[in-house]
Design a binder for this molecule. Structure first.
Ligand SMILES: Cc1cc2nc3c(=O)[nH]c(=O)nc-3n(C[C@H](O)[C@H](O)[C@H](O)COP(=O)(O)O)c2cc1C
Length: 178
């Protein structure tokens, strides 16, 4: 598999840590290289170098985008993501913010689709406690749902299972040649 670009925004470092965990999982179990881009330091334009992308975002301030994503959101509108396959992961706090759990994941998903990307990597809602989330579509989260505030002990296993699923979806697409 070709290398994957992982772009993330992280205010207190939790999403950054998970980005490294995902990178390590891909490299150790599949030998697939994942390049990390903290969007506070890189232009989103760098996404153009990859066919397969992973985007990571945390939700802040009661259902808002993480601040670095907010800062580049207009730049997002200039990207043509046609032909790109994108998997998403989001961090949130389901106990503290049960009515806006992982909402920012939806904003990123919506924008990525609008720019032409094909999304993969949805995730079951079982095992989480929340009341409302924009990130749920057809009974599943649009991407991997993580809660480092309340379920840190589950993150490793969730990442491992999701990486396996996402790698298969990236790989299947490569074999089909689209
Ligand atoms: C002031 C504040 C507001 C937050 N708002 C939300 C929210 O609306 N929904 C949610 O799921 N998580 C919310 N969170 C939780 C963060 O998303 C969570 O702590 C996350 O791990 C932070 O990741 P980061 O350090 O990578 O930015 C909030 C946290 C804080 C401190």
């Amino acid at each position: 598999m070709q290398s994957i670009g992982l772009f993330y925004g992280s205010t207190n470092g939790a999403t950054a840590q998970v980005a490294q965990m995902i990178q390590g999982e891909f490299e150790s179990t599949l030998g697939t290289k994942v390049e990390l881009f903290d969007i506070a330091e890189f232009y989103l334009e760098s996404m153009m170098d990859f066919d397969d992308l992973i985007l990571g975002v945390s939700t802040w301030n009661i259902g808002q985008l993480q601040k670095d994503w907010e800062a580049v959101f207009e730049e997002f509108d200039t990207l043509d993501l046609t032909g790109k396959t994108i998997a998403l992961f989001g961090l949130g706090d389901q106990i503290g913010y049960p009515d806006t759990f992982l909402d920012a994941l939806f904003f990123i998903a919506d924008k990525a689709r609008e720019r032409g990307a094909h999304l993969i990597g949805s995730w079951p809602v079982a095992g989480y406690q929340f009341d409302q989330s924009w990130a749920v579509e057809d009974g599943r989260f649009i991407g991997l749902a993580l809660d480092e505030d309340n379920q840190r002990d589950l993150t490793g296993a969730r990442v491992a299972a999701w990486v396996e699923q996402v790698a298969m979806a990236f790989g299947a697409k490569d074999r089909l040649g689209n």
